[in-house]
Design a protein around this ligand. Structure first.
Ligand SMILES: NC(=O)c1ccc[n+]([C@@H]2O[C@H](COP(=O)([O-])OP(=O)(O)OC[C@H]3O[C@@H](n4cnc5c(N)ncnc54)[C@H](OP(=O)(O)O)[C@@H]3O)[C@@H](O)[C@H]2O)c1
Length: 216
């Protein structure tokens, strides 16, 4: 069983990651800014306080863990710009302070940088609003940074283009750089099945030092 710290554990995706980890018997530390907002008391769940940009707090929460998951989000476009790439830097900096004892880092990423069938990237599609481009490029910048990191084991997991709460089917397909699209031409995944894929990666590491993506 793995000992997993999840930052952003209250979020739409983060809470599903916590659910999936706990249902498989892993131990989870939910790292949140305000513990009062955690209204659950599951077996195997501990709550710790920390902001993702606070390297000392992150290092403390990550110490002794097998995996550190970041599922943070910045809300709107400007919030993502201010948070996502800086958080990647802060997380790596925090893990570096733990040296050989650093857990593996898995970051929830974005779909914008994935390649589409015509060879362009998702964010090249015409007509995307500025707020969405900001969110996509915030994740792109974080991924660019992670790709410079070789001394901390990292993985970035990009959702399909559309991710929302839904059914846990346990069935999904993965790719590394190409957007996963179903038979109807849709790129989608439930947040529950995204969490299945992420915890599968925790249990069986297959994408250390790279990005991968998941969809139906
Ligand atoms: N198709 C796609 O590419 C796609 C689609 C959806 C989401 N995403 C990405 O997935 C990530 C998670 O999305 P979501 O929908 O689950 O977001 P969400 O529901 O808004 O949750 C975000 C979480 O981040 C936490 N957070 C924000 N700032 C923080 C900080 N400074 N320190 C610690 N925690 C912080 C929030 O904590 P509080 O509870 O304290 O506010 C919240 O729990 C986002 O980065 C989003 O861009 C990608």
């Amino acid at each position: 069983m793995a000992d997993i710290a999840v930052i952003g554990a209250n979020g739409t995706i983060g809470s599903r990651i916590v659910d999936e980890a706990l249902r498989r018997g892993h131990t989870v530390t939910a790292v949140v800014r305000d513990p009062a907002k955690v209204d659950r008391a599951d077996d195997g769940l501990t709550v710790a306080t920390g902001d993702v940009l606070d390297t000392a707090a992150v290092a403390e929460a990550a110490k002794g863990k097998d995996v550190l998951v970041s599922a943070i989000g910045g809300g709107d476009g400007a919030g993502h710009r201010a948070l996502v790439e800086p958080s990647a830097r802060a997380l790596v900096e925090a893990l570096r302070t733990l040296g050989d004892q650093a857990p593996r880092l898995i970051m929830v990423g974005g779909a914008g940088s994935l390649r589409t069938a015509d060879g362009s990237q998702v964010w090249d599609a015409p007509g995307l609003p500025d707020w969405l481009l900001d969110i996509m490029h915030a994740h792109g910048d974080a991924l660019d940074f992670l790709r410079t990191v070789s001394d901390v084991p990292w993985t970035s997991l990009s959702p399909a283009a559309h991710i929302a709460p839904g059914e846990r089917t346990g069935a999904y397909r993965t790719a590394t750089e190409d957007l996963v699209v179903d038979g109807e031409g849709e790129s989608r995944i439930s947040a529950e099945d995204y969490a299945v894929a992420l915890i599968d990666e925790v249990e069986t590491p297959a994408h250390v030092g790279e990005r991968f993506t998941v969809g139906y």
